[in-house]
Design a protein around this ligand. Structure first.
Ligand SMILES: [Zn+2]
Length: 291
């Protein structure tokens, strides 16, 4: 009897531990620039920066509800809400949530923000599964277990699909490699009778040390990168933004031009240079992989 009770307790305890472990979220990296404060500001027209110092989050404001692209780390939750409020908007006006990639530093606060705003989450099809399992099926970060709170999308997006809300158009550009469903967004923004094509680019950096051919969880990884570089080189746009502020030198540009001027981000040369450097890293990896 006594032995049976002990065994019973042990089983219950084990089940509890398992449950706790399943809920544990590990954010494997948290550099200071990712959590540091950044004052929100207008980029152009109805497009605003509401992210942290380096984790770029963008708010598109429309009369039919707002779109929020990227949600930073889990700790970015209150910063993003404060930033939206500071700009004079209500978090509850957010109707659609998007992400440029299914990594913990771009959708860490997604589940919590979804709960608060009651917005719908739309995801690029190949990232739907990994977002729904909190990163556990990620080809590289699976080794850390759950890296963000899981979210099931209300809508699955297809390459080049357009999201149209309150007169604003956001087009998904499928740019896989960094994750299976990494994507950029092309946003049409009107200001003073002029339309700006704004590219929110997911710059295709490589995160695996393994040879591409050993990434059995993602067999098309190398080809996907190659296709993405080709597609990204050919994009026409007026303004360049990215998933990380550092990727498009946002702080340097803001420092040199403290007054509102959307054209400080019209940097095609910088974009092609950054893309070229990433392409070089990719080419070098292909050579190293052969050794
Ligand atoms: Zn990433």
């Amino acid at each position: 009897m006594f032995k049976k009770t002990i065994l019973g307790f042990a089983i219950i305890l084990l089940a509890m531990c398992n449950n706790v472990l399943a809920q544990t979220i590990t954010e494997p990296l948290k550099p200071k620039a990712w959590t540091q404060y950044q004052a929100p500001f207008k980029i152009v027209g109805n497009l605003y920066y509401v992210g942290t110092y380096d984790l770029a989050c963008y708010l598109i404001v429309t009369p039919k509800g707002n779109i929020l692209i990227n949600t930073g780390l889990s700790s970015s939750y209150s910063q993003i809400l404060d930033n939206i409020t500071t700009l004079g908007f209500k978090p509850k006006q957010t109707k659609i949530l998007l992400t440029t990639q299914a990594h913990f530093d771009h959708l860490g606060a997604l589940a919590a923000l979804k709960k608060t705003t009651k917005a719908q989450f739309y995801v690029n099809s190949p990232d739907a599964q990994v977002v729904a399992d909190g990163g556990k099926s990620d080809y590289e970060f699976a080794k850390y277990g759950t890296t963000f709170a899981p979210v099931t999308a209300e809508k699955i997006l297809m390459p080049d699909e357009k999201i149209i809300v309150g007169g604003s158009t956001v087009q998904l550009l499928h740019h896989p490699g960094h994750t299976k469903g990494s994507c950029s967004y092309l946003v049409d923004v009107m200001e003073n009778g002029k339309t700006y094509k704004v590219l929110i680019a997911n710059m295709p950096s490589i995160i695996v040390d393994r040879k591409f051919k050993d990434v059995i969880e993602y067999p098309s990884i190398s080809n996907d990168y190659a296709e993405t570089f080709k597609k990204m080189e050919a994009i026409n746009f007026d303004i360049w933004l990215a998933s990380h502020a550092s990727q498009f030198e946002m702080h340097e540009k803001l420092k040199a031009n403290p007054k509102y001027n959307p054209l400080i981000f019209a940097d095609k040369t910088g974009y092609l240079k950054a893309l070229g450097e990433l392409k070089k890293a990719y080419d070098n990896k292909l050579i190293a992989d052969e050794k």
